[in-house]
Write a protein that binds this ligand. Structure first.
Ligand SMILES: [Zn+2]
Length: 124
């Protein structure tokens, strides 16, 4: 079962634009290596990528760098520290931090779920 409650329609003229948890979205296809979902809005019949509306959509940094920035921020690293660790500019970190906003926590959970952590946890 796909949890789509944190997605919302991305078409600005849709009555359900920007509203989450309306039950108007369904998954109509999957695409790409990472099996991303293509979402369908039953209200306005629009289709859009699940990445649209997330901080990573349309970002200029490569995925792994963007994720790294967000992961460090979500871990409580400061802007300078994050920039140094990921090797991106301070302004970029700030921009991503702002973009991420409320997404940060969910992204962090996603990241922890997806990426093996080698700096904590399991006994080695
Ligand atoms: Zn819609």
């Amino acid at each position: 079962m796909d949890d789509l409650s944190h997605f919302c329609c991305q078409r600005p003229d849709c009555p359900d634009y920007g509203k989450r948890g309306q039950g108007n979205l369904t998954v109509c296809a999957r695409y790409g290596k990472q099996n991303r979902r293509l979402l369908y809005c039953t209200t306005c019949k629009a289709r859009f990528s699940e990445r649209k509306g997330t901080p990573l959509f349309g970002s200029r940094l490569p995925d792994d760098k963007a994720r790294a920035v967000l992961a460090h921020l979500a871990d409580g690293c400061g802007v300078r520290q994050t920039g140094r660790l990921v090797r991106v500019g301070k302004n970029t970190v700030v921009r991503y931090g702002l973009l991420a906003g409320g997404h940060a926590r969910r992204l962090h959970e996603e990241l922890v779920g997806l990426s093996p952590r080698d700096d904590e946890g399991a006994a080695r």
